[in-house]
Design a protein around this ligand. Sequence first.
Ligand SMILES: Cc1cc2nc3c(=O)[nH]c(=O)nc-3n(C[C@H](O)[C@H](O)[C@H](O)COP(=O)(O)OP(=O)(O)OC[C@H]3O[C@@H](n4cnc5c(N)ncnc54)[C@H](O)[C@@H]3O)c2cc1C
Length: 244
Amino acid sequence: MSDDLDTVPQFRSDVTVDLVRSAAADSDVVWAARVSTAGEQSLEALQQDPEKSTGLINFLMRDRHGTPFEHNSMTFFISAPIFVFREFHRHRSGWSYNEESGRYRELQPVFYVPGADRKLVQEGRPGRYEFVDGTEKQHAVVADSMEAAYQASYRAYQEMLDAGVAREVARAVLPVGLFSSMYATCNARSLMHFLSLRTKAENAKVPSFPQREIEMVAEQMEAKWAELMPLTHAAFEKHGRVAP
Ligand SMILES: Cc1cc2nc3c(=O)[nH]c(=O)nc-3n(C[C@H](O)[C@H](O)[C@H](O)COP(=O)(O)OP(=O)(O)OC[C@H]3O[C@@H](n4cnc5c(N)ncnc54)[C@H](O)[C@@H]3O)c2cc1C
């Protein structure tokens, strides 16, 4: 038996988001919008205090003039389970993705197990259901079942690799709770659309009911974006979290 077969799996209940690169500021919204009326003088908006343009940013958000919110860029490095990425990659417009490959690298045994605060029980009907806390016993069943299944599947994966089978074939046994990593690049407009669908907020004009794990990613992205573009973020909140 190879050393690889003794690899100890890791179980995580968190997701991580790092902002690795950004060119994004409230003033980017202002100069892009001001070209309508000021032409080449719109770049002077770069020198101005963006606070002075709070009214303009709110107007653009409220009336859904979306394009001035596209002239910026944020790149995030995200570690999350594969089932989160399956949902994430449905967001097509204004997003670029690159993810680690199960063909070119041996996938690491890092798996998702819900934490103690993850609500486990679904009540109600689809589209109108709520999640409530699980009992201690339910949490124990979830952790035991997931860990046993993860260990068995990773062992099968390694047995195949050990026998000389290609990674792209062996990976078929790995579950969607396996962690993956990717870069995701977006702009404020595409991020707002994502946030409107992948977070649950009391003040949302159009409520959404996302899976908690993608919401955990979305919340971290939103916090980083709000630091870069506080006025735009405040306008998004004020106008009911509707992407312009
Ligand atoms: C709570 C929830 C439950 C979901 N459940 C399911 C499910 O059960 N099954 C399932 O398959 N998916 C499901 N989804 C995924 C959903 O259908 C969308 O694929 C996902 O939310 C991405 O939304 P989007 O297409 O608006 O985003 P993007 O792809 O980023 O598109 C942004 C916007 O661009 C425009 N656009 C993009 N592409 C086109 C196009 N081809 N034609 C016209 N306009 C376009 C639209 O205005 C769109 O809103 C769910 C999503 C959520 C939030």
